[in-house]
Write a protein that binds this ligand. Structure first.
Ligand SMILES: NC(=O)c1ccc[n+]([C@@H]2O[C@H](COP(=O)([O-])OP(=O)(O)OC[C@H]3O[C@@H](n4cnc5c(N)ncnc54)[C@H](OP(=O)(O)O)[C@@H]3O)[C@@H](O)[C@H]2O)c1
Length: 243
């Protein structure tokens, strides 16, 4: 199950995984976005599920429904999130966000990030399923920005480590990726073309979603087991981020 699979990084992961032979269900709020991603990926091994993951009461029923749809569920990619600019049209400074926007962002980026992972672990443990969880964090967790986005992503990294160490012995391998600026709709306010120079990254360019997808495939493969509870920073040497 790939939340946020209707666009950007989640969509690229859905494509890479179906290309590799996996059967995938992509989740998002917007049905048209999901259908358009499905048409683009065009795989018989891809299903769509419309679900606003801030409604956490649907976890158990939707996990079961997904398992029925695709014949089992042994992996979760938690890619759904809201960027500050997408919600507020502004940035990450303390005065850029209202209390209402804070709630909208944190419901998805913080609260759902925790409970989705907790419920995914529950789902697999209850059924004795050995599998993987991959959390898409952000290198914003390593930057001196305020607002809720970076703080939520830092929490995701912490939970990835804590859950990873706790449940690795059950055969549930939990890892994360912290991407730098990746050319997706989330950063459309400043990334206008894939070949636009981007000096903040040492590599001088934006990261492509398919590059993150390749790393996701490794981490979710049997090889990824040796990396357990860790979030891999994939930010092209972002000069604004420090670990
Ligand atoms: N792009 C970057 O530079 C960058 C850098 C670091 C980390 N990230 C992280 O990478 C992940 C993917 O982001 P992206 O860059 O690919 O941006 P994106 O294209 O905006 O993807 C985010 C996806 O999340 C879904 N989503 C948002 N809220 C949801 C909700 N409540 N329930 C279900 N789905 C929801 C959206 O679909 P709907 O609108 O249909 O719900 C959308 O498909 C995010 O976790 C983001 O924080 C991105």
């Amino acid at each position: 199950m790939i939340t946020g699979g209707g666009s950007g990084i989640g969509k690229a992961i859905a494509k890479r995984f179906t290309d590799a032979g996996a059967t995938v269900v992509i989740v998002g709020r917007n049905k048209e976005k999901l259908e358009s991603a499905a048409a683009e990926i065009s795989s018989p091994r891809l299903e769509c599920m419309q679900w606003d993951i801030s409604d956490l009461s649907l976890c158990e029923s939707n996990f079961k429904r997904a398992a029925e749809l695709i014949g089992g569920l042994n992996g979760f990619v938690n890619a759904a999130a809201l960027g500050s600019a997408v919600v507020t049209g502004r940035g990450y400074e303390p005065w850029d966000i209202t209390e209402e926007e804070w709630d909208t962002l944190t419901d998805v980026n913080f609260k759902a990030a925790f409970f989705m992972m907790r419920n995914e672990v529950d789902f697999m443990r209850a059924r004795g399923i050995r599998g993987n969880i991959l959390n898409i964090a952000s290198n914003a967790a390593c930057m001196d920005i305020t607002g809720s986005y970076g703080a939520a992503k830092q929490a995701v990294i912490k939970w990835t480590r804590a859950f990873g160490k706790r449940f690795g012995s059950d055969g549930i391998i939990i890892n994360g990726i912290a991407p730098g600026a990746t050319f997706t709709p989330m950063i459309a306010d400043y990334a206008h073309a894939i070949d636009q120079p981007y000096e903040r990254h040492a590599i001088g360019r934006f990261i492509r979603p398919d590059e993150i997808a390749e790393l996701a495939l490794y981490l979710m493969s049997n090889y990824g087991e040796i990396i357990c509870g860790h979030t891999v920073v994939a930010d092209g040497g972002d000069r604004a981020a420090t670990l």
